[in-house]
Design a binder for this molecule. Structure first.
Ligand code: AMP
Ligand code: MG
Length: 272
């Protein structure tokens, strides 16, 4: 799965990234789903230790075009996880209060504390994506943000945060299919916003902006992964594998066992 990690030395061209790819799992959807179930359980176990240990912080950033699968990824990833110690932070159009501050203000307030795992549904990257595409600030302003974000994430990493960033890559055609599905299903229509179609018209500008994000802000301390996301089952498998592998490498540990547990057991067994 590491093949999807963006190496800043070898910049990606998003046009060449196949959103339909399924790696070595061609024709093996059932097996992939089985493997994903195993990973869900492993993730739940790792998160339990992360929470018990109260030392490290884990930040997972999700970015994608509309219908790209951010919500679905979050739902599947966390299916077996204990909701204690996990938090989702959604970044919408900034409020007046948020706009009165620098763009990282609301982001900093939402980062994980010790023992926490936080998933960002959209993130600081909106400030170099939608903000750039819609020219909400000048080029001079957004250009500086790549370095600012890298420095911000470096500080978080040095302070004990493990950061993983996922861009879920769907094709423009897949987006059309997903919008049509949403519109055809009364239970899904609430997710559709007519403004999404205006965004769709700007697809190419968004791809340019995403490409810059991936190539300029994938760092050793906060790597980007560009995940083929036309197939939900493969997307889930990739994201879960990368998270489980990364958390596994942290060597998380339950706090040391109590030295005097016998004393407490004795107390409880002899209480009046
Ligand atoms: P959704 O995630 O579909 O509920 O939509 C949230 C909307 O908020 C998206 O259209 C984002 O592009 C937009 N958004 C998020 N962050 C910002 C930002 N910093 N500036 C402007 N729009 C934003
Ligand atoms: Mg939306």
């Amino acid at each position: 799965m590491r093949q999807y990690q963006i190496d800043p030395e070898k910049p990606v061209k998003l046009k060449k990234l196949d959103a339909d790819a399924v790696g070595d799992w061609e024709g093996k959807k059932k097996a992939a789903q089985k493997q994903f179930k195993k990973l869900q359980k492993e993730l739940a176990d790792l998160q339990e230790i992360l929470y018990a240990e109260q030392k490290r912080k884990v930040l997972i950033v999700l970015q994608a075009m509309d219908t790209g699968g951010k919500d679905g990824t979050i739902r599947s990833l966390l299916e077996k996880v204990n909701p204690q110690g996990v938090r989702i932070a959604n970044f919408k159009v900034p409020s007046e209060m948020e706009l009165a501050h620098d763009y990282l203000w609301r982001v900093h307030a939402a980062i994980p504390a010790k023992g926490e795992m936080v998933i960002f549904n959209r993130s600081q990257y909106e400030d170099v994506l939608v903000v750039r595409v819609h020219e909400l600030v000048t080029k001079e302003v957004w250009k500086k943000r790549f370095d600012q974000i890298n420095a911000f994430e470096k500080m978080l990493a040095e302070e004990g945060t493990t950061i993983l960033k996922f861009y879920l890559h769907i094709s423009k055609d897949e987006q059309k299919q997903r919008f049509l599905e949403r519109l055809a299903d009364p239970k899904k229509q609430w997710k559709f916003n007519p403004a999404d179609l205006e965004e769709r018209k700007l697809w190419d500008a968004y791809m340019d902006a995403y490409q810059d994000v991936l190539n300029k802000t994938s760092t050793a301390w906060a790597p980007w992964y560009a995940i083929p996301a036309n197939h939900n089952w493969y997307r889930n498998l990739c994201v879960a594998s990368i998270i489980v592998e990364t958390l596994g490498s942290l060597q998380l540990k339950y706090p040391s066992p109590l030295q005097n547990s016998n004393q407490y057991i004795d107390f409880l067994n002899h209480e009046e």
